[in-house]
Design a protein around this ligand. Structure first.
Ligand code: ADP
Length: 259
């Protein structure tokens, strides 16, 4: 019996040491995560101010009739670059805010006009690649609790991705539906699709599929991370169905306001 007690004490000691070790590791990871988050927030804030002045001065240059053809092209290229940079900075700030918990007061937001406006904005880029965009929206009742700004991000990312990853000459379908207690946004494309092993990871920050077809499209890998965080915060869920070379369907379910 004495031997048993000794053995038990020994293994309890090992367990306690392991526990202490794990506890220390968890603390270290927390500190690192906190550091990463502060770094991202500080850098994004610091980039935002000079970017605003770059964009402002570019607008002045753009309106200058005296520019040579060469300078005009240079201004256009800088404008494209700074627009892209502004988008990344904005996405990083949104992601940081969402990671810190919900900030801002939620209220009833009608998704239908947001979806309609987003589809309109995407018609130009879609048309240039011969992609047909169909949309079906309910006339009333697609109201959820949230903030318009964050819901706009969700819709813009999903509709934008459907067009971006569709095949040239293909078709994108955006449907907003009501069930008894949910508002469902369905975005379907007939594009490159997502391999089964990538389907969970696409919602991670900065994850971009290694597929060369996907990599050839511009992106930061932040869009779906934002979508998932907003949807989680609002008590909804997101589903993905996809097959490589066939296309993808993203479905966002959000509780209908007042249900
Ligand atoms: P981004 O499009 O900026 O790379 P996202 O977070 O929106 O970032 O998407 C992450 C990755 O998921 C993309 O890089 C792409 O590989 C994949 N993906 C997202 N939407 C689609 C889609 N509709 N069809 C195929 N792949 C997609």
């Amino acid at each position: 019996a004495a031997l048993d007690i000794g053995r038990d004490l020994g293994s309890a000691l090992v367990t306690a040491r392991n526990f202490e070790h794990e506890h220390r590791l968890v603390e270290e990871l927390k500190t690192l995560a906190d550091y990463k988050s502060r770094l991202v927030a500080t850098v994004s804030h610091e980039l935002r101010t000079p970017l605003t002045s770059i964009v402002g001065y570019l607008e002045i240059l753009d309106g200058d009739d005296g520019l040579s053809e060469h300078s005009r092209k240079a201004v256009a290229a800088i404008q494209r670059g700074s627009t892209r940079l502004s988008r990344v900075v904005e996405d990083l700030l949104v992601l940081h805010r969402l990671a810190d918990g919900w900030i801002g007061t939620t209220g009833p937001v009608d998704l239908a006009p947001i979806v309609a406006a987003t589809v309109d904005l995407n018609l130009g880029p879609a048309g240039r690649r011969g992609i047909a965009v169909d949309s079906e929206l309910p006339t009333a009742g697609a109201t959820v609790l949230g903030t318009a700004h964050d819901l706009e991000h969700v819709v813009a990312n999903l509709v934008g991705n459907a067009v971006k990853y569709a095949r040239d000459g293909g078709r994108v379908q955006i449907v907003l539906e009501l069930t008894r207690d949910e508002v469902v946004l369905r975005c379907t494309d007939d594009g490159i699709g997502i391999a089964p092993e990538d389907q969970d990871q696409v919602f991670e920050e900065f994850y971009r599929s290694p597929d060369p077809e996907a990599a050839s499209r511009q992106g930061t890998g932040l869009g779906l991370a934002i979508v998932r965080r907003v949807v989680d915060q609002l008590g909804g869920r997101i589903e993905l169905e996809s097959a490589l070379g066939v296309g993808s369907t993203f479905r966002v379910h959000l509780p209908v306001a007042g249900s």
